[in-house]
Design a protein around this ligand. Structure first.
Ligand code: UD1
Length: 430
């Protein structure tokens, strides 16, 4: 199994191209099931989760062709992928496929809207909390679906005549449930109003693509989304928006290791809250024509408290990385996680590098130390694993991160992007 070996101490200097967002690409790919026409997605990142979803969509009958051409010689690895689901050949998403990735559960929305039935295994994914599916079930029920759970599967059917528009107010903000209800409502009879909807940029990106396919969605980016149902959707061409989590991760890597890096093909407006927190640690951040420049020179890392929140708050997917950065701050910081329970598995691994962190409920108290020392550590989930890489960049000596398949789910060519900026990071295959 692959491991990542990091020798800490080098500053980062250069340019890092930011990939298309994994969390936008996945729902966009799933949206292709809503039409018998071709949906073409540009800027799709090459990640294990994308490959897994390609297998899942293939199982439902999608024909998928990948154009592997690099968009810009030597700089970007994005791919253009064409999805055509002329006929849905199966409305079942089996346990073997869905258990590997939670987002694959989201096929329930398009399958139900287009075929009137879906049988989807309860999901898997990162082990961060219990992650139930009650909001999906309640929301789809509000659109007229009949749903029962049996033997680990969600069985959903729609009475003759199809889904009907309705009003549903999410009791809790959920990105996935917002994606699914928005997709399902595009083909419902009548108008659907979704209250307390997620405002994440990936929701806006999905709405933009669905509208290009002929849907009538308004209010995306606010907490009330209105979807006027249409009889059918057509194909479209859509470019996946930049990955704000990858952007924030590399910005924190520079804030940690020091240096001067341009993050290319991204957009500061996607992560204002996180960039502001990084600025307060002492790094300078400015916008360039094609992205963001981040500089940290000389001065130490100041302690900054953060609380995770739905967008536009501080993203939970950057919490672990920020904790990695705070391990070397010049004081005490508090990091509070409000989205997921059990999202502190990186704490004990960071401690192996010499970090001083204590947990009290959903808050971690991080007492900055002047030096971290490299050690063998284990990746426990996708975002936790990259926090270990960030800490390793500023640790003395060698840090060996095992179980890097977690990293491969969400970070495209991480070692290559960091190495090009002067870091000593390599993949070791046993
Ligand atoms: C998405 C992201 C993930 C990110 C998360 C929060 C993708 C592929 N994944 O995950 O990276 O960390 O948003 O920004 O886009 N919940 C319920 N019942 C439900 C659904 C969710 O209680 O039916 C809870 C969850 O347990 C969690 C909270 O709602 O506590 C938010 O989860 P949600 O926004 O749904 O996360 P995902 O869409 O799975």
């Amino acid at each position: 199994m692959d491991r990542i070996r990091i020798v800490g101490g080098n500053e980062l200097h250069g340019v890092i191209p930011i990939s298309g967002a994994k969390n936008a690409a996945l729902p966009l790919m799933i949206a292709s099931l809503l039409t018998d026409d071709t949906l073409t997605l540009e800027n799709v990142p090459h990640l294990a989760d994308v490959e897994q979803l390609i297998r899942i969509l293939g199982n439902h009958g999608a024909d998928i062709s990948v154009n592997g051409r690099r968009e810009r010689q030597g700089e970007s690895y994005a791919r253009t992928i064409h999805f055509t689901s002329r006929n849905i050949v199966s409305t079942t998403a089996p346990y073997e496929l869905v258990s590997k990735m939670r987002a694959s559960f989201w096929v329930i929305g398009p399958l139900l809207a287009r075929e009137g039935k879906a049988r989807v295994s309860l999901p898997g994914g990162c082990a961060i909390g219990t992650r139930p599916v009650d909001l999906f079930i309640d929301g789809l029920t509000a659109l007229g679906a009949n749903i029962e759970i049996d033997g680990g599967y969600v069985n959903a059917t729609v009475p003759a005549g199809g889904l009907v528009g309705g009003r549903y107010v999410f009791p809790k903000v959920s990105v996935g449930a917002t994606h699914v209800l928005m997709m399902a409502a595009t083909l419902a009879n009548g108008t659907t109003v979704l209250g307390n909807a997620a405002r994440e940029p990936e929701v806006v990106d999905l709405a933009k693509c669905l509208n290009a396919m002929g849907a009538k969605i308004t209010g995306q980016g606010t907490n009330t989304i209105t979807v006027e149902g249409v009889p059918s959707l057509s194909g479209a061409r859509h470019r996946v928006l930049p990955d704000r989590i990858e952007t924030g991760t590399y910005a924190m890597a520079v804030a940690m290791a020091g240096g001067d890096v341009i993050l290319e093909d991204t957009d500061a407006s996607l992560l204002e809250t996180a960039l502001e927190a990084i600025r307060r640690t002492g790094a300078e951040i400015s916008e360039t024509n094609s992205g963001i420049r981040i500089v940290r020179s000389g001065a130490g890392i100041k302690p900054v408290d953060i609380v995770t929140d739905p967008f536009p708050g501080f993203p939970t997917d950057l919490q672990a990385q920020f904790m990695g950065l705070m391990t070397k701050s010049s004081g005490v910081s508090h990091i509070t996680e409000t989205i997921f329970e059990n999202r502190f598995m990186h704490v004990q691994e960071l401690a192996r590098l010499g970090a001083k962190i204590s947990l009290s409920g959903q808050t971690a108290k991080v007492e900055g130390v002047s030096r971290l020392k490299g050690a063998p550590v284990m990746a426990t989930d996708l975002r936790a694993s990259v926090s270990l890489v960030i800490a390793g960049l500023a640790a003395e000596g060698e840090t060996m991160v095992s179980r890097v398949y977690h990293l491969d789910r969400g970070f495209e060519r991480l070692e290559e992007k960091l190495t090009r900026c002067g870091a000593h990071v390599e993949r070791v295959s046993d």
